[in-house]
Design a protein around this ligand. Structure first.
Ligand SMILES: Cc1ncc(COP(=O)(O)O)c(C=O)c1O
Length: 396
């Protein structure tokens, strides 16, 4: 048998804990709140089919030819208009890069900025795939404490002072994955100021901001950025469909240029047909109305989940009650081993993602993430009852 000499970037065997969890949760008997998928019944399949037809009719040859690494110009223009309207983030074409999912922005930013041993400051907890990406480039993580309003700015400044080799602050300020927490405007302004003061970059990851079902919109960190320290990324994955793999970065032109070179070596460019299809979709459909529909459904599902927590969970359990997005976060006191708790819940035919992989450092025992976007109402009702019973038994 060949002993393959994988690079240091490749995770060791047996470290894909989340893969194992999702596999266990995929059993059809199990009601799973573990995944992170949008509700497929709201995908605009017919409208997108028409948009794909139009893309072929109007741009058939360009769609099938190699294209520009920065993306299709018409889509970049639509993205600029979109971020201006939604987030008051302004720029020119040179500030926009279309990427293969916003996941690719994480990878390109890691590749462009993180040398082995550089510090990346992350929320505690944070999006686990961002941890995987930055780890593959040799990042040293420092976790910044959160409260109900997201990353704490005094903790962030202390971390910046203590870690002069910090390159990057990574944040998901809206309806964070995994906690569902949202950072208020004053903290965002402070975050932009700290980035400038300590000359570090902020990577603002905003896949969920538009999926708001309660409360008021909060301006993007990028809207407070005066000198290019904030890199803003978002995606069509949650507002339209993840299968097209379309995300984007809005940043200083110098950053966009460097990331474009790196993107060329990764995949030359993002799928042209997907880009032209979305160009046509946006030209002929009301994305805002569609997003309202998604938000209304997720709001209803979140409400049911919270009702289930109140009715069935043991006393003393803490949970977040997000105003948007797809996830909420639960903390069960008195639990030492969250993976063991996960296994006990599987026996009750219900699943979540244990909190452990979302922590760069020591995990918080008893914490886990629940997804409500991808579970139908009757499943949420039944699943929360089963989960409550499992937790009652576990904390006895
Ligand atoms: C916080 C966060 N960032 C980035 C992504 C990547 O999304 P995509 O590559 O589909 O744009 C996700 C997906 O779930 C996410 O939760």
């Amino acid at each position: 048998m060949t002993e393959f000499k994988f690079s240091k970037r490749v995770p060791a065997d047996g470290t894909d804990a989340v893969g194992a969890i999702l596999k266990a949760a995929a059993d059809p008997q199990i009601i799973s709140f573990a995944g992170g998928l949008p509700a497929p019944e709201l995908f605009p399949v017919k409208e997108m089919q028409a948009a794909v037809d139009l893309a072929f009719e109007e741009h058939g040859q360009e769609a099938m030819q190699y294209g520009a690494a920065k993306g299709v110009t018409a889509l970049r223009e639509q993205i600029l208009e979109h971020v201006k309207q939604k987030e008051n983030v302004t720029g020119e074409l040179e500030n926009v890069l279309v990427t293969t999912g916003s996941e690719q922005v994480l990878d390109l930013v890691g590749k462009a900025f993180v040398n082995p041993g550089d510090t990346v400051l992350v929320e505690q907890p944070t999006y686990l795939c961002a941890l995987d990406v930055f780890k593959s480039y040799g990042a040293d993580f420092v976790s910044v404490e959160m409260d109900d309003d997201g990353m704490k700015m005094d903790a962030l400044e202390a971390a910046l002072k203590a870690n002069p080799s910090t390159k990057l602050i990574y944040t998901v300020p809206n309806f964070q994955n995994p906690t569902g927490r949202t950072m208020p405007a004053d903290r965002r302004q402070k975050l932009a100021e700290l980035a400038a003061k300590y000359d570090v970059l902020v990577l603002e990851d905003n896949p969920y901001g538009e999926i708001r079902f309660a409360g008021q919109h909060v301006p993007a960190v990028k809207s407070f950025d005066k000198d290019g320290h904030v890199l803003y990324m978002s995606t069509f994955s949650k507002t339209l469909a993840p299968g097209f793999r379309l995300g984007w970065l809005v940043a200083d032109a110098k950053v966009v240029d460097k990331l474009t070179v790196l993107k060329q070596s990764a995949d030359l460019h993002t799928d042209n047909l997907a880009q032209y299809a979305v160009v046509e979709f946006l030209a002929h459909n009301d994305l805002d109305a569609h997003v309202k529909e998604i938000s209304a459904l997720y709001g209803k599902r979140k409400e049911l989940m919270v009702e289930g927590i109140k009715e069935y969970f043991p006393a003393g359990v803490k949970y977040t009650d997000p105003e948007g997005g797809m996830f909420l976060w639960v903390e069960v006191p008195g639990v030492d081993d969250t993976v063991e708790l996960f296994k006990q819940c599987l026996e009750h035919n219900v699943a979540f993602v244990p909190g452990d992989p979302f922590f760069a450092g020591k995990p918080q025992p008893g914490a886990f993430r629940l997804n409500y976007s991808n579970a139908e109402e009757d499943k949420i009702k039944a699943g929360m009852k089963q989960l409550g019973e499992a937790l009652q038994e576990a904390v006895k």
